[in-house]
Design a binder for this molecule. Structure first.
Ligand SMILES: *Cc1c(COP(=O)(O)O)cnc(C)c1O
Length: 355
């Protein structure tokens, strides 16, 4: 049976990315060696990093003066690296979910943290709009897509201070104005690569402004100076990331990714809104295109397990909602084909007919 992969992360990647990476694992560039057996400093590997960096810059239209880094540690490591490198006195955070909260928690170890607004009281079903970012903050931290709650900032905000963004789960799903940010980071395992590599886009002249000592591994400058080769980078995930970046470019770039994401999300939200058995959890204006969260309508609540079984039997994978939201979450990342969204919609319609 065909599987439709709605996993929230690690998640679906384009088939050709997996195949090309599998080939390189067996034989890298016809060298007779596996990608897993070569030095990251081998002359054949440097071009992989160089091309991945170049494609990041090209696809996201990154201005001069920024570096692209491939690190370990996941987005969670960046929760601490960001304040380590940028927080001198005060930082502002928008609390839009568990990940935002975790980022805020780490920052508190380094200085004053201002929570400008929070939607915690409503289980993060919306993104706060009315708040003031202190003009003397070192940066304003946002989470552009809240993977667990299915809310998304679909445009770059205006902020009186430079922004830092966790874009783990919506990177490459829309064009971004990178010039508004001093740092954009994310774990690659949602929309880019298998787990193991973290991408960081950092503005070079924003570095070196804090007075504390920063341990070498946690200092962005170290990785800028060493082209992500200060220590052994995650070679296989970087190789896979390069294949995804090539794929995105071949498909038409981030504008095309955005068009597809909007199309897929509109299809599924239309069904959620039409079908009497389901309701969306996020407020409409903040609905995520990447993670689509819905629950059974109150009068059908007891059929939740039945629908899960029904959908699973028809090839749907990974649609169980996060335990803090319940219900269902269909993650519709770049690599998810429209046909999979249609297959889920068909399931919802068939299930409705049965009841
Ligand atoms: C998954 C996720 C994280 C955590 O990423 P790790 O790489 O596992 O540390 C952080 N932020 C967001 C928005 C996520 O979706």
């Amino acid at each position: 049976m065909k599987k439709h992969n709605f996993n929230a992360g690690p998640s679906i990647l384009p088939r050709e990315v997996i195949e090309d990476t599998a080939k390189a694992i067996l034989d890298f560039n016809g060298s007779g060696l596996s990608l897993m057996e070569i030095s990251h400093r081998a002359k054949d590997f440097q071009p992989v990093v160089d091309e991945a960096v170049a494609l990041f810059k090209e696809l996201l239209n990154i201005p001069e003066g920024y570096s692209v880094l491939f690190l370990g540690g996941g987005a969670s490591m960046e929760f601490c690296m960001v304040p380590y490198n940028f927080l001198e006195k005060k930082a502002a955070y928008l609390n839009t979910g568990v990940w935002a909260k975790k980022a805020m928690k780490e920052a508190k170890a380094f200085g004053e943290v201002v929570e400008v607004a929070s939607s915690a009281e409503a289980t993060y079903t919306y993104i706060p709009k009315d708040y003031t970012v202190p003009a003397d903050a070192d940066y304003f931290h946002i989470t552009t897509n809240n993977t667990i709650y299915g809310t998304e900032l679909k445009e770059d905000l205006n902020s009186p201070v430079p922004m830092v963004a966790d874009m783990s789960s919506d990177i490459f799903s829309r064009p971004i104005d990178v010039s508004k940010y001093i740092c954009i980071y994310g774990g690659a395992q949602k929309n880019l690569a298998p787990a193991g590599v973290t991408f960081v886009i950092v503005k070079n002249d924003a570095l070196g402004k804090v007075s504390r000592y920063i341990p070498s591994m946690l200092n962005y400058q170290t990785h800028v100076d060493n082209g992500s080769m200060f220590n052994t980078p995650p070679v296989v995930p970087i190789y896979a990331a390069l294949q995804t970046l090539r794929w995105i470019k071949a498909q038409g770039g981030v504008k095309e990714m955005e068009r597809r994401a909007t199309e897929k999300a509109n299809m599924l939200y239309a069904e959620i809104d039409r079908n009497k058995m389901f309701v969306g959890t996020a407020v409409k204006e903040d609905r995520s295109r990447m993670n689509i969260c819905f629950v059974m309508a109150p009068e059908y609540k007891e059929l939740e397990a039945d629908f899960m079984k029904f959908a699973t039997e028809r090839g749907m994978v990974g649609i169980k909602g996060h335990r803090s939201v319940g219900g269902f979450r269909a993650s519709c990342y770049n690599a998810l084909p429209k046909e999979s969204v249609q297959a889920l919609i068909d399931c919802m319609q068939e299930f409705e007919k049965l009841h």
